[in-house]
Write a protein of this length. Sequence first.
Length: 188
Amino acid sequence: MCAEASNAVQAVQLALETKPDICLLEVQMPGGGVAAAWEIAARVPTTKIVMLTVSDADADFFSALRAGAVGYLLKDIDLRRLPRALRDAAEGTPAISPALIGRMLTQFRSKEPRFRTTDVATGHGGRLTSREWDVLAALAEGMPTRAIARRLQLSPSGVRANVSHLLHKLGLASREEAVSFFRKTSES
């Protein structure tokens, strides 16, 4: 079965109804392709998500991967390669435009918390998710809940839930303690 959506809300709804093997999304689609990818990855985990987009911006690329995309292809791809790339993605092989692979390796090797291992040795919960690290990094920047929500395409209650989870996992009592933890961790 094949379905087509004109916006993120419709894409999520159709993915829930049809449970496709693969879902192609545009980062810049109305409603946000990354937001749709988060929802589809969470609610239809068997669906492989590939971004087919004009955006080669690092922020879009890494946000899509963190959201659960297994592929990120630029629309200037040789159309003869597209079917093979999608078949590979459906079979579990990442489908990433060659121009982006070097940037991915550079970011992977960076010392920024959101791209490094998220093991924390507190004995309370073990690992923070990449989303929790993103929320924690935004807290360390002094951002209020609503600004974090806008940046990460979450609801304010979603931000508060992530804060609650990361505080529990770290065994901390407040946002201030979490920011202190983040700063200490970032220095090491």
